[in-house]
Design a protein around this ligand. Sequence first.
Ligand code: UGA
Length: 435
Amino acid sequence: MRIAMIGTGYVGLVSGACFSEFGVDVVCVDKDAAKIEGLHANRMPIYEPGLDALVADNVKGGRLSFTTDLKSAVSGADAVFIAVGTPSRRGDGHADLSYVYDAAREIAQSLTGYTVVVTKSTVPVGTGREVERIIRETRPDADFDVVSNPEFLREGSAINDFMRPDRVVIGAETDRARAVMKQLYRVLYLIETPIVFTSLETSELIKYAANTFLAAKITFINEIADLCEAVGADVHDVARGIGLDGRIGKKFLHPGPGYGGSCFPKDTLALVRTARDKGAPLRIIETVVAINDERKRKMADKVVAACAGSVEGKSIAVLGLTFKPNTDDMRDSPSLEIIPALQKAGASIRAFDPEGMEEARHMFSGVTFCENAYETLQSADAMVVLTEWNEFRALDFERVKSLLRAPILVDLRNIYNPADMVAAGFQYVSIGRPT
Ligand code: UGA
């Protein structure tokens, strides 16, 4: 089997590398020559644990290669995956599909023999049909099927999510297309991974329904956490108590400063817009979007309250800037709301993130970036944990206390035990847990 992966962003690169690990011959294509050159030198454009080794192994094994030449990659391929970006369109929140449709046109011109054209990017319902129309219009003689195969990869654990998924969803409407997809995922068949075959539209909707449901689940526990604070209950015990009910499930019930990242904020907004346009509004998700936006701002108030009601003229040490650990991704990170709000309230900010600093430097103004956690804490009036990187879990708290001007610790990810922190002499504030 040979496939072409169009787009070497997060989804394309991880999927391409993983398919090659499955024994498929993969050519990854990108218009960005510098990116391809970097990949030839095994320089990853993103930080994802294990990706560089996986890429290096498969390049060495001759199963994975990179090129800017879409035509040569597509002609003769059994399947062509479209994994280009679908950012939020400015102004209306719809997904911007111009890269997807441009790719479809280019692919159409290079098709030779029967080819399955797969949309891997997250695309609104109806996109697969439109890709089909575009290819048909560009190349009326082409022999192809369009398939939707959404990804459910989480940044930071994407390789494991690809290799050992809960399920694979494939919107394929012909036997020929289904046969090609089955062959590509042969390895997952062997480990009895459920493969859900559907229509194009259903598969596209499954992706959005999954992400919006998870966003709603997080938002639910975040609101329960607020209620816990009001009534003196512990949100972790509530999450465990409800999560052990198999109908609810214990995952994605960890409270925090609001969900961020490149997927949930964009996908919730896009589905809300689609649902409105189709006359079937998703009011529950509309509310989730509003609550999550508001929550990020409310987190700055929580820090201010912990600092005796004012951060005016105070120095706040922020640990973690990315939207979650094990990634360098800053997109829609809660830090982008919380830090400017604290600056507006008069605070000066010192910050450190293990992987996100390079991107973060362009995204904030007036922030002092530090080399490590301890340097960040130097003479700060409070420490605030914004991202739950492992290295922040095991700090030397005697040293932390000696560095801080006041032992105030605001933990917006609940990575420390309240009793331990109080015993260590901190004024400790976390989310939804009594101290
Ligand atoms: C998410 C989905 O989990 C993937 O299944 C999906 O493939 C991906 O979007 C996508 O559509 O591409 P990702 O954005 O990488 O993956 O990150 P998550 O681990 O889902 O976290 C998203 C946000 O929710 C983060 O800000 C995280 O801190 C927050 N979160 C997550 C919580 O606040 N609580 C939780 O219990 C879980």
